[in-house]
Design a protein around this ligand. Structure first.
Ligand code: CA
Ligand code: CA
Length: 393
């Protein structure tokens, strides 16, 4: 039984504060029943049976829980020389709402997902799970070794059907218009709860200086033989890698790169503390780095370790949602669990502004319920339907 209050007192709640929490509002929830798609007929036949993007967002005071299929709404595939086909991954992930910096030893990113893009697609690190002579010393760079199998969206499916990216997610960035004309949008979250942006940020961490490409502070080492590690460790001959050659060019292994503090904008985790459009008070944020030609630049997404404290239930696949978790529905712009006149009061001015790229638009463009970059009649139809449902259950 639902009861709608006659008319909410619109000034009773600090709506502008509640309305801007990106850990809830940024996810691309599937409000339209959109399925996956591909230009390849075989792949499309598979994807067109799978709901795209994020299926559900729930939260407690400390965590946000995401259910997703792992399949995006933008077209993906084909993958040259990769025989795998994406499948519904039934992802359940948890992100701390108040992420913590790691004060002790930073946790290495491992194989498998290390975070999710805002459409629920999995983020992988730079490794491809193989190393020279299987010794785990010279680890293959997935972007170089597997790069030929990436689709134009920058991803490919793993043997278990998990479509994922080891580098900047081109398809998502095209979908969001992330082309350097403004600060990159928030593209995802790492499993330590810190946000991940596209390649473009403010020149200065305090938000000044205009928008520039964020440079990685890693570079290729100046080596022709692989007899030492980036930290200076001198290897025994049995642990040498292959000499640098056409077959094994510099960059083929992750150990071909070195971190030079202060070389670029970012630290060894590939992020920095800074102001972003979504976090006007500042946050630690990762950036998906590219070079001046637009090619992915090592370490691509996160560095070799997480900056913050890892929510380990993600990597141990043991996330469980407490019964107290509350569903977040996108039309509930005020984040209070119900869709009512207070939300319409937030929706209406965004409808008047129209474009999500407008500087006057609220951060995250939360009224763009179908995620097409504009707050228009299509969103109003979705909002009206949610308004009729009233409660976010
Ligand atoms: Ca509400
Ligand atoms: Ca829209």
């Amino acid at each position: 039984m639902k009861t709608r209050p006659a008319l909410f007192c619109l000034i009773c709640f600090p709506l502008s504060v509640l309305a801007q929490e990106p850990t809830l509002t940024t996810w691309r929830q599937n409000a339209t029943g959109a399925k996956g798609q591909s230009s390849d007929t075989f792949i499309n036949n598979v994807l067109s049976t799978i709901l795209a993007d994020v299926q559900q967002v729930r939260s407690t005071a400390t965590s946000t829980y995401i259910n997703a299929t792992g399949v995006p709404a933008y077209p993906i595939g084909p993958w040259p020389s990769n025989p795998n086909t994406p499948s519904n991954q039934n992802i359940l992930a948890r992100f701390p709402r108040t992420p913590q910096a790691q004060s002790g030893t930073h946790t290495a990113t491992g194989l498998g997902a290390i975070g999710l893009w805002i459409d629920g697609v999995e983020i992988f690190n730079a490794k491809d799970a193989r190393s020279y002579q299987n010794k785990g010393i010279w680890n293959q760079n997935a972007v170089i070794v597997e790069g030929p199998s990436f689709d134009s969206a920058g991803g490919h499916p793993a043997p278990g059907g998990a479509y994922h990216h080891h580098q900047t997610p081109t398809g998502l960035r095209v979908q969001l218009g992330d082309n350097g004309t403004r600060h990159s949008p928030l593209l995802g979250y790492a499993f330590d709860g810190f946000p991940i942006y596209g390649p473009y940020g403010y020149a200065n961490p305090n938000g000044s200086g205009g928008v520039v490409r964020m440079d990685s502070s890693y570079r290729k080492r100046s080596i022709t033989t692989r007899t030492t590690l980036p930290n200076g460790t001198v290897l025994t001959a049995a642990n040498y890698g292959p000499v640098v050659s056409t077959q094994y060019p510099l960059g083929y292994y992750l150990e071909d790169f070195e971190y030079i503090q202060g070389l670029g904008h970012l630290d060894q985790y590939n992020g920095r503390f800074c102001i972003t459009p979504d976090y006007p008070g500042g946050t630690y944020a990762y950036f998906t780095t590219i070079d001046a030609s637009g090619s992915p630049a090592y370490p691509y997404i996160l560095g070799p370790q997480y900056y913050g404290v890892l929510a380990t239930d993600n990597t141990s696949h043991s996330v469980s949602v407490p019964g107290t978790a509350v569903k977040y529905c996108e039309a509930d712009i005020s984040c209070d669990g119900q869709i009512d006149d207070a939300d319409f009061a937030l929706f209406a001015p965004m409808y008047d502004i129209l474009l999500c790229t407008d500087s006057a638009m609220s951060p995250g463009c939360p009224a763009d319920l179908n995620h097409d970059g504009a707050v228009d009649d299509q969103d109003f139809v979705l909002f009206a339907s949610a308004y009729d449902a009233y409660l976010c259950l």
